[in-house]
Design a protein around this ligand. Structure first.
Ligand code: PXL
Length: 277
């Protein structure tokens, strides 16, 4: 069993099965000691609910970091998701440089956009700051929309291999090292994930379930991080996370009331089984 300690930085959406309420149980199930740094507290996530409240916790973070430094607390990996502000991105870079325990991994899910549009809380200044975090990360996990925003590349619903090749080249030029690009589908019935590591590019294709699901990007990223830190290669972790996310969606599609997230909890034993293989 791994004795790695990881820090994940993302929001608490009190209701809605995304960000920390997804990442913490998945990382714990993967057997990792998981510390959290909440970036903000929202009453719900912002995708489908209206009238949500949000308290940005940026002002609390410098004091938390100072305390951790005084206690000599450090992490084998830091994994970031939905962040609360542009200034917080600067603080995350400070965490990457000053709270690391070698060999360290900085993993960034630039959770800020989907379906061609930014999430409601974000603007061009946030995108500009997120671009700087890409260069500080070892692994990034964007979807196609996020990759387009990060590289000033036009988003397209329909695309071909050449479009994805150009997008990956632009991410590289923007400073990305290892890229796990999610939601890449070349046929109506399939989607998949492209893994770019050094010069090697691999594609894992799987079934696309047409129901749009919230929170699946967070489920995917947390399962990927859990699997990779438990010793799976980047590609194998990308495959395990994809299979787990599909199982979570399959476990939810029969319930139209459950539109706001996926029922990832009953499927956790499947993820654990794959990690033990
Ligand atoms: O799942 C990404 C996410 C995380 N946190 C908040 C969100 C979203 C997506 O909309 O609104 C608050």
């Amino acid at each position: 069993m791994s004795d790695k300690r990881i820090l994940t930085v993302q929001d608490i959406s009190c209701v809605g099965q995304c960000s920390l309420t997804v990442a913490l149980p998945i990382l714990s199930a993967a057997g990792l000691e998981t510390a959290i740094l909440p970036s903000a507290v929202l009453s719900t996530h912002t995708a489908g609910f209206t009238g949500w409240t949000c308290r940005d916790l940026t002002d609390d973070i410098p004091g938390i970091l100072a305390h951790w430094k005084s206690e000599n607390i450090a992490f084998d990996a830091v994994y970031t998701g939905y962040l609360g502000s542009t200034r917080q991105i600067e603080l995350v870079k400070e965490i990457f440089s000053s709270l690391r325990r070698e060999p360290f991994l900085g993993i960034v899910d630039p959770a800020m956009a989907d379906g061609g549009a930014l999430y409601p809380a974000f603007d061009a200044a946030y995108v500009a700051a997120m671009k700087t975090l890409v260069g500080a990360a070892d692994i990034i996990l964007p979807n196609i929309t996020e990759a387009c925003f990060l590289t000033d590349f036009p988003y397209r619903e329909q695309y071909d291999e050449a479009y994805i090749t150009e997008l990956l080249a632009r991410l590289r030029a923007a400073g990305a090292r290892t890229v796990v690009l999610t939601g890449v589908g070349f046929t109506p019935e399939t989607t998949g994930v492209v893994v770019l590591e050094g010069e090697q590019r691999r594609y894992y294709r799987h079934r696309r379930i047409s129901r749009g699901s919230h929170g699946t990007g967070d489920v995917y990223a947390a399962a990927f991080v859990g699997a990779h830190l438990r010793g799976k290669s980047v590609y194998d972790a990308a495959v395990i996370a994809a299979d787990y996310t599909v199982q979570c969606i399959e476990n939810t599609i029969g319930d139209p009331e459950h539109w706001y997230g996926v029922k990832f909890e009953p499927v956790l034993p499947e993820l654990i089984r794959r990690l033990q293989a």
